[in-house]
Design a protein around this ligand. Structure first.
Ligand code: THU
Length: 181
């Protein structure tokens, strides 16, 4: 996500500031992000509140995960661009290949309710380290939200890992490859 977005007081700028504060080791970048947060305190606070709410929704989904085969429960919550949250858990099947990942269940939940634009994915697992979405989910999420911010937490809640989806899925396949032949 390009740093020039920091020049605007938008939700995406708040997401860029949040990402830079949590990932950049560069003091000048940290300072730029910190200054943005100070200048747009209200916007940044409401962004943080949405991130926290998304993680709470993902934790609720985690408790409903149906994972008797892997014993690997996953909870996900997608924040759509209108500010609504759509949660989902993994749903396993005795015919293992039919298993649904939490991210795809959350996406189906949102799309069924008429939402197709997303800005944030919160992922919650009970693993030591946070997990990133599997390859299939990266592709499906990319079709709807190529600039998605992903925030993942493991068993030690609050210690989160952040990625932009484009970091996890560089050179993606997408609709234009089908339409522009
Ligand atoms: N799983 C997810 O729900 N999301 C991911 O991104 C990775 C994997 C689920 C599928 C299966 O139920 C269990 O985790 C173990 O693979």
């Amino acid at each position: 996500m390009p740093r020039h977005l920091l020049h605007e007081p938008t939700w995406h700028a708040a997401a860029v500031a949040y990402y830079l504060l949590h990932t950049s080791a560069e003091p000048s970048v940290q300072e730029e992000a910190r200054q943005w947060c100070e200048k747009h305190r209200l916007l940044y606070d409401s962004f943080i509140a949405q991130v926290e709410e998304a993680h709470r929704a993902a934790s609720v989904a985690l408790h409903h995960a149906w994972a008797p085969y892997s014993r690997f429960p996953v909870g996900a919550a997608l924040l759509s661009s209108d500010g609504a949250l759509w949660h989902g858990c993994n749903v396993e099947c005795s015919s293992f290949g039919l298993t649904l990942c939490a991210e795809r269940v959350a996406l189906g939940h949102a799309v069924t309710n008429g939402r197709r634009e997303f800005v944030l994915l919160a992922l919650v697992t009970d693993t030591e380290a946070p997990i990133s979405p599997c390859g299939a989910c990266r592709q499906l999420l990319h079709d709807f939200a190529p600039h998605l911010l992903i925030s993942a937490e493991g068993a030690r809640r609050q210690q989160r890992t952040l990625w932009w989806l484009e970091e996890l899925l560089p050179e993606p396949f997408c609709g234009k490859h089908i339409w522009k032949r």
